[in-house]
Design a protein around this ligand. Structure first.
Ligand SMILES: Cc1ncc(COP(=O)(O)O)c(C=O)c1O
Length: 474
């Protein structure tokens, strides 16, 4: 046992644990570094301590001051924990879409949590960042940690995470795998491991599908903390200064399904309860291991625990609602009822352009069509957050005939449809949609978190009724 004289001293020094069943048949040794064993439960305790200490040194944070940050949770916990110990108040701005456990955790440490529910581009006056900046301007003694652009964030890992991995593998580590949020972890740890190994350690970024770091379109994903999303109406994609691109040798892309199911397997088959971004990193490490040999040693960093995700990735109903099918159903599901791909049209088109586009694609005139922020010209599934509302070709034609041809599609939409998972039966889908929405005519059908098709209330009622009649007849 190690003894510490304060909670702050107990930050870092997390264990490496070898993965066995998930790595069966693979040649390298694969370890995860369990950052949830930090006192605040995540890797972010390291960055929080480092940023607060640097701010004290340069005078931007003084005794009795207020620590302010925009965060999806973990950095907030780290800042609140270190702040509580050192006597600073913590005010955390976060999205109301984050897991409820994370909000409660922040409040448990005494943080003042400000929920901002705005789906707006960075720099917009309603954005989280703008709200935090306004608060700092109006509050004497307030200092914003700014993990995305603060050099003390990656520096935390140069001094601790990297050397720990080197020492605990006795210099045998050959590959380091981590997800990238602010980039602090991968940049600092990667830089340290490269320096200690004379450049031999390869650094691999495990990036969620869609993240712009690995060349995706920046569309939203479920795994929190990892990757970079870009608001569809953002003018530019600004990357954090904490992320040193030169530290990364290779990117491996992991979609939500692979990340979530890798984390679930780790819990059930290894006894390791991992968060979603840890699932992303471990999934990438296992894929990497397939092409490496017995002398290779892979370390995947697990930023936090699955305790933050008990009501999301570890909840079967949450998964079913989003179309993450766990087991194929023996009874008929929506699988056979949706026309894939979902018909869609760009919000930014004029009504006249949209009518021409939909005619060209021979779209059914009465069918609900998704009005989307971006990417209307390909067939890949899209995230629900990228849908602004619904139109029909009939409706747009009427608008065109009434002289509104030069209007943008966005002026003619009705509210975005509710969503339902593709593994649901028609009866279950109807029941869930009726319970959540007063009146609805169409619903987006999700597979693995993305919209694959649109169904209507009429279709579901017809199939639910038929299923009922068949059941009675039998
Ligand atoms: C759960 C989780 N995973 C991964 C990361 C990414 O770490 P970093 O910001 O150091 O790149 C974060 C950062 O917020 C996180 O909260």
């Amino acid at each position: 046992m190690t003894r510490y004289e304060s909670v702050i001293e107990s930050i870092g020094g997390t264990p490496l644990v070898r993965v066995h069943r998930l790595a069966a048949g693979l040649h390298p040794r694969v370890y995860v570094k369990l950052e949830h064993q930090n006192p605040g439960g995540s890797v972010k305790d390291r960055a929080a301590l480092s940023m607060i200490r640097a701010a004290e040194r340069d005078g931007s944070l003084r005794p009795g001051g207020t620590v302010v940050e925009v965060t999806s949770g973990n950095t907030g916990v780290g800042l609140a924990l270190v702040g509580a110990h050192l006597g600073y108040r913590a005010v955390i701005f976060t999205s109301s879409r984050i897991a409820v456990e994370k909000i409660r955790l922040l409040r448990a440490y005494g943080a003042d949590v400000r929920l901002v529910d705005a789906f707006v581009p960075k720099g917009h006056p309603d954005s989280l960042g703008a709200a935090a900046d306004r608060f700092v301007d109006e509050t004497p003694g307030a200092w914003r940690a700014d993990q995305y652009d603060n050099p003390a964030n990656p520096a935390a890992h140069v001094g601790s995470t990297g050397p720990e991995i080197w020492a605990d593998t006795e210099g045998a580590v050959t590959h380091f795998v981590a997800s990238v949020g602010t980039g602090g972890t991968i940049s600092g740890t990667g830089r340290a491991l490269k320096a200690l190994s004379d450049g031999a350690v390869r650094v691999i970024a495990a990036d969620p599908f869609g993240s712009s770091y690995s060349g995706g379109d920046g569309s939203p994903k479920y795994v929190e903390g990892a990757g970079h999303t870009v608001h569809p109406e953002a003018e530019e994609d600004v990357w954090p200064r904490s992320f040193d691109l030169a530290a990364v040798d290779e990117y491996i892309t992991v979609d939500d399904r692979e990340a979530i199911f890798t984390a679930r397997r780790a819990a059930r088959e290894e006894g390791l309860l991992l968060g979603g971004s840890a699932g992303t990193a471990l999934a990438a490490a296992l894929r990497l291991a397939e092409r490496l040999g017995p002398d290779d040693v892979i370390v995947a960093l697990a930023p936090d625990s699955g305790r933050n995700a008990l009501s999301t990735y570890y909840d079967d109903e949450w998964l079913a609602d989003r179309g993450f099918v766990i087991e194929q159903s023996e009874v008929p599901t929506l699988e056979g009822l949706v026309d894939e791909p979902a018909p869609r049209v760009g919000l930014h088109l004029t009504v006249a352009e949209a009518v021409a586009r939909l005619d060209e694609r021979e779209t059914d005139a009465a069918a609900p069509v998704l009005a989307v922020y971006r990417r209307a010209d390909h067939e890949a599934p899209i995230p629900a957050l990228d849908v602004a509302g619904l139109v029909t070709l009939d409706g747009l034609r009427r608008a065109l005939e009434s002289g509104f041809g030069e209007d943008l599609v966005r002026a003619h939409i009705v509210a975005a449809p509710p969503t339902v998972g593709i593994g649901r039966t028609a009866d279950a889908a109807l029941a869930a949609l009726d319970a959540s929405q007063g009146s609805w005519t169409a619903a987006s059908v999700l597979r693995d978190g993305r919209i694959v098709g649109v169904t209507t209330r009429e279709t579901l009622v017809a199939h639910a009724a038929r299923a009922g009649r068949l059941a009675v007849a039998r």
